[in-house]
Ligand binder design. Structure first.
Ligand code: ARG
Length: 485
């Protein structure tokens, strides 16, 4: 499945039509032999998963292709049966993609819908497909394949976001903004430095997702219900056909654990928090109080009552939607916490939180990228905001350290200098050398090279700091890494 398919599968398959197109009479289930009655309507409605797990159809068909080919190679099915199955699966896939396939709630889930449709289509040979396979290993296989594709899609969107942030940084070279701690004015920083902080954070998010991908990329197929099989299957063959690293070593583990999904949604949650914090930052910056950012109309919405309003709703919703991403991982953790080995039907509840989390983070990334591409920074407003808060105070303390004063003493002297400014309602750079010398004889004329935000920002030189050379090399690093130069 391609990345787009992950997102569009539910549209292509018509997410809500599953139960609506049911035939009148219920058919006997695939396990019909032992049963004399079909389930009640309430039980059917309650236990079906086709309304959402049809999103797995591509992966289910892919798994069945690999399984049928392996069965034929191992002599468990004839070549002609395999060929009928493969042709039948192609036709079913075509029908699903064209919206011609009828999903039936009485066939419970995606696995049984496809297998039963295959039987309707090709008859007898289809009955061999479930040899040495159970829905337990089948669903675990499908789900891992789905998560693998979803991770690839998310990682690609992360890169788009990073490119947008780097472009924004390039466009806004040289702008100094107040840096905050405790949301109080702290030190001057380059806007580029701040934007690149998010690029770093999202890069670790991509790293977490790729670690998770590597750990989930093992194949459950052939674990069967829980114990494996006595039939001569080749699990290594199906595993490599499905591009897994190898089969899972333990069949019980293979069908029972969903740690890969939990890990995936944990990584999504960390990323959602990063994007939520960006949302918060930009919502603040769009406010009248800050006024640092003006979003284009294309990424703003108005108010139905207040004609003057222009709201940064997309970023508010990025912040808001992080809540459901966190909720999704909590759902999965809670789902799994009390389960005995091996497979339990509870595990059917694993899919919706994963689908929801993936859909949500893809949207959050997309919208954050668009927002980054549609804002401008108000240089005048930012410049006017810079003098307040004595952002150069720490640089002044460093100046005294350069001159040999212990830091604690310099901290105290600069504190007194700031108090002097407060008394006179002026900036540190406005204090005369004589005034400064009343606080310490160490002050010299060269102190003015350290005062004022432009000077202060350029005194930063440690690795990773906001000094312009350091930021230029960070920017260079990202431009190369993202293939922008
Ligand atoms: N729809 C089920 C799920 O998603 C498939 C596995 C059902 N297995 C079973 N033995 N009932 O988990």
């Amino acid at each position: 499945m391609t990345k787009l398919d992950v997102q569009s599968a539910s549209q292509a398959t018509g997410a809500s039509s599953a139960a609506s197109k049911q035939p009148e009479a219920k058919e006997i289930k695939l396990w019909g032999g032992r049963f004399q009655e079909s389930v009640t309507d309430a039980v059917e409605r309650f236990t079906e998963s086709i309304s959402y797990d049809k999103d797995l159809y591509k992966h289910d068909i892919r798994g069945s292709r690999a399984h049928a080919s392996m069965l034929a190679k191992q002599g468990l099915m004839s070549i002609s049966d395999r060929d009928s199955i493969l042709a039948g699966l192609d036709e079913i896939e075509r029908r699903i993609q064209n919206g011609e396939f009828v999903w039936r709630a009485d066939r419970e889930d995606v696995h049984m819908n496809i297998e039963a449709a295959l039987t309707d289509l090709i008859g007898e040979p289809a009955k061999k497909l479930h040899t040495a396979r159970s829905r337990n290993d089948q669903v675990a296989t499908d789900f891992r394949l789905w998560c693998r594709d979803a991770i690839d899609s998310i990682v690609e969107r992360i890169k788009d976001f990073q490119v947008a942030m780097v472009d924004l940084a390039v466009k806004n070279a040289g702008i100094i903004v107040p840096g905050y701690t405790h949301l109080q004015r702290a030190q001057p920083v380059l806007l580029q430095h701040l934007l690149l902080a998010f690029v770093e954070q999202l890069d670790r998010d991509a790293g977490r997702l790729l670690d998770c991908r590597a750990r989930l990329n093992f194949c459950p197929l052939g674990a069967c219900a829980l114990a494996g099989t006595g039939l001569p299957i080749d699990r290594f063959m199906t595993s490599s056909a499905l591009e897994f690293s190898s089969p899972l070593r333990n069949s019980i583990d293979a069908v029972s654990d969903r740690d890969f999904a939990i890990e995936f949604l944990s990584a999504n949650s960390v990323m959602a928090i990063h994007l939520s914090r960006l949302g918060e930052e930009w919502v603040l910056w769009c406010s009248e109080e800050f006024g640092f950012i003006t979003p284009n109309d294309a990424v703003s919405t108005g108010s139905s009552i207040m004609p003057q309003k222009k709201n940064p709703d997309p970023m508010e919703l990025v912040r808001g939607k992080s809540a459901r991403v966190i909720g999704d991982v909590v759902t999965l953790l809670t789902l799994c916490k009390g389960l005995p080995l091996a497979y339990n039907r509870d595990l059917q509840e694993d899919k919706e939180p994963v689908f929801d989390s993936v859909k949500t983070v893809l949207g959050m990334l997309e919208v954050s990228t668009e927002f980054a591409r549609n804002i401008s920074f108000n240089q005048d407003r930012i410049k006017k905001a810079l003098p307040a808060g004595h952002l150069d105070a720490t640089t002044l303390a460093d100046y005294l350290v350069h001159k040999g004063m212990p830091f604690r003493t310099s901290h105290d002297i600069v504190g007194k200098s700031v108090a002097m400014c407060l008394g006179k309602n002026c900036q540190l750079k406005d204090l005369s050398i004589d005034e400064l010398r009343t606080l310490s004889p160490i002050f010299d004329d060269d102190v003015y090279e350290f005062l004022g935000v432009e000077n202060a920002v350029n005194k930063f030189s440690s690795y990773g700091s906001t000094g312009s050379e350091c930021v230029a090399s960070q920017l260079q690093y990202w431009m190369e890494k993202l293939g922008l130069i």
